[in-house]
Each structure stands twice: as structure tokens, then as C-alpha cells.
Design a protein around this ligand. Sequence first.
Ligand code: MSP
Length: 511
Amino acid sequence: MRKRYYLTTPIYYTNGAPHIGHAYTSIAADVLARFKRLDGYDVFFLTGTDEHGQKVEKTASEAGVEPQTFVDGIAAEFVDMTRRMGCSNDDFIRTTEGRHKAACTALWQRLEAAGELYLGVYEGWYAVRDEAFYGEGELVLGADGVRRAPTGAPVELVREPSWFFRLAAWQDRLLAFYEANPDFIAPAGTRNEIVSFVRGGLTDLSVSRTSFSWGIAVPGEPGHVMYVWLDALTNYITAAGFPDETAPRWAFWPADLHLVGKDIARFHTVYWPAFLMAAGLPLPRRVFANGWWTVQGEKMSKSLGNVVDPRDLVDAFGLDPIRFFLLREVPFGNDGDFSRRALIGRMNTELANDLGNLAQRSLSLIARNCGGKLPGRGEATDDDAGLLAAAEAIPGSVRLQLDRQAFHEALEEVWRVVRAANAYIDRQAPWALRRTDPVRMAAVLRVLADTLRVIATVLQPFMAGSMARMLDQLGVPEEARDLTALASPLAEGISLPPPVGVFPRFVENAA
Ligand code: MSP
């Protein structure tokens, strides 16, 4: 049986258009999904939209539109963003769908039957922007003398009837779970934060609201809608078929990986495992919290007018450079800063100069000097063997790095070999061998073609379109582009199509 892998992005709030922060997690997840498929896994890759709650209701009402109409419009934008970022998701869940309401209702009933819920009154602080409850002690005093959430979000005092989840009772079992599963929360900084938050003591969590109605009805309790985070987190099991545990997709649960932003780590590593344990369901294997992007040093905000729509970037620079840049520029887990300059810099050095030129030089020499046919392997010199060994090690080292979501390290492993191959071609100077030793020239070009084949194969998850073109030019048949295919050498003498540059230099238009 094939190994399974289930991974998710957060589901995005439908209160505004997609921006680069959303595209970031979706692209990261897509790279992992594609790599796992390349590595022989049966993958289920889920993304979607989080459409309920006070924030969405408020934004719709400010726009003077019915919430459902409003979210239909924004959800369509997220579907479009997902497609234009090249995502290969297997499903797109919307929390306003019937299947999701059914899953939330079933989960609620399980929690209630297990005695995990009780009716009371919530009196305390709520931040609509974060859709989060805050304790008095968590609030911070702003320079303006106004109390805010630790995230800077405005808070309001609410008092309303509410159902509660017995979260406090799960504190020790959560701590024991973190202890027994040291890889459950990553990176280490987030893990430490969460562990100390839970050690600090948990209070029962309000899981229903009565002051607005845009949500999933609490079964048997008119006037209550489920707290949007209980509703949202449930999406991960809805899409796997819950409550039908005989659904074929249920075989994918528990998820192998939830990718989330650092701001929502707490919901995924405290509330979510507690809900699942309380409902008697298996827990996800890992939650990785990525950092945030700023734009030229500033936080993105509508009021500053600096919100970057990833679709505009793709139109201007192409999809693959954007995907590459986002994952190459900053270690996943750290914050990063987006600037056109940094993007163009990476495009021109690493893509155009390092990889693009390597391919173009090697392939055009084969086209010119070998009659456009792939040469056979010669007797390997130490230099040949060194480069080939480095290339053959790439899939393993990339697998290792991607399993810890270290995208920039995975790319660095590849670029180490790209740079080694450039040094090799300069040392071997196959252009000069043409007259002096054509047999050796052919052998050198074959070493380069084989090295490029590994590089292009492994980079497919990052830059599918460009790498497909590179593999076409290397004569790699479409059915021989996964990791196992690398074990079978390409046949000598196959005709290669004329080489065409894959990564042109980007020249800023002065106009
Ligand atoms: N709806 C919730 C998630 C529910 S998951 C069960 C939510 N939505 S969100 O649209 O506000 O944010 C979605 C993701 O985008 C979060 O992981 C968040 O960290 C990420 N980002 C939002 N702005 C970002 C940046 N500026 N940079 C990087 N990621 C950012 O939270």
C-alpha cells in the first residue's frame, strides 16, 4: 500500500482579498505536497476559506451585502489565488458548505455527549480582529492609554450566555502530549511559547456566541452559534469525511502536517488537540508555524496601501520566480521582508546566472557539438565522480530538509550542487575539448546533463513549469520524472530538442 500524507494550509478569512501572506503558506504547502507525490506518497492537500464569525459578518455589513453573498465573492478570489499560485490542492473547503456544517454539528454532539461542554455566561474581553478571547492579564496598554490585545487588536468587553469547553481539564494531558511528541510543534521558539502558555494554566474556553448570528447553529440551542475557531479547526476533519469514519478519505486522518502562521499557533496546538482528545479522535502529527512578511520594512495594511497581491507579482515576474523567492529568501519560521529589489536580485543571480546559465551552457554545447543527441557516459574521472555523487545525494538531503519544513535549506542543498556544477564546467572547459578530445568532451557534457536532470527533477515541486521545460530539453520522458526514475539512466543517443533559456534575466523597465 502506498504511504499516505495529509497536509493543510490555514483556511483564510473571507473578509478581504488574498495577499502575499496567504500565498506564502499555500505555496509552501504546495511544494511539500508535490514533493511527497514525487516521492511516491498518496497525498491529500487541503486549503480553503474560513467564512463565519463576527469579523466577516461585520465586513459584509459594512459593505452593505448579505454575508453569504459577500463570502461567495471573496471565496472565489481565494480559489483564483490558489490556482494562480500553481497550487495542486486536492480539495478546497468552504466553511459555509453543508458537509462542514454536518461535521461541526457531529463534533459538537460528541463533545457534549462526553460531558466536555456546559452552559454559562462569558464575561470578558474579545478581539474581533483576532476572533479571540483574552484574559484581563493578557491585555497591554497602548501609548494612547487604550487597552489592547497583545497582538495590538482592539478589544471589547462582552457579557453573553455561552457554552464552554472544559479546556482547563486538559492542561496536563496537553503537556504530556507535547512531552511525548517533541516534533508536534515547530519551530522550537513556537514550541517553547506554547508549552509555557499551557504551563501557565488554562481556563475553560467559550465555544458559542449569542451576540451575532453568522455561524453554525449550536445543535438544540437556538440563539447560539459556534465560536468561529471551533468551526474553523473542524475543517481539517470535515474534508477527510468526518463524521463518516468509513469514508475513503478518513484513511488520511490524522493529518501529517498543519502549516499555520505564527499568530494562529495557539489555536492549532492547544485548542485543536484538546477538542480532538475530548472527542476521542486522533491528533495531527505536526503543526509548523511560519513567520510573517513585511513589505519594505512595513507591516502590510490597507491603510498604508502597501498590501501586495500575489497575483500582481506573478503577472509581473512569473510564477516560478515568486515561488522560489518566497521559500528561498527567509528560513521558514522566521519573519521576512519583501522587496522588488531582493526578488530581482535572487532572480538574476540564482535563477538566471547560476541555474539558467548552467543549463543553457550545457545544453547548447550538446546541441552544437553532439548533433543534439544525448552523449553516453564515459569513464568517470574523480572530478566527474565527485559531481555525480553530489547530485545523487540531492534527493535524500532535500527530503530530509523538507520533512522539517526547512525550504531554504532544501534549496541551499540544491544550489550547492548548482554552484559545484558551474565550477566543474569551468574547470573541464568542454568547449575547448571539442578539438582536443571530443570523447572526453562528450563524457563531460553527459555528467552535466545527468546532474541537471537530478536538479530539475528535485526542483519540480518548487517551480513546476520551468522544470518541466528543463526536463523536456534534457530528454526526460514525462513518466520518468519522479524520484525513483532517477535510478534509471537516460538512454544514450536520444535526440534533444533545441535548448531555450528557462530563466531570462529580469531587466527593470525604466519607463
Ligand atoms: N481563518 C484563520 C485561520 C483558520 S485555520 C483553521 C485565519 N485566517 S487569516 O486569513 O487571517 O490568516 C491566514 C494565514 O495567513 C495565517 O496563517 C496568517 O499567519 C497568515 N498571514 C496573514 N498575514 C501574513 C503576513 N503578512 N505574512 C505571512 N503570513 C501571514 O487566521
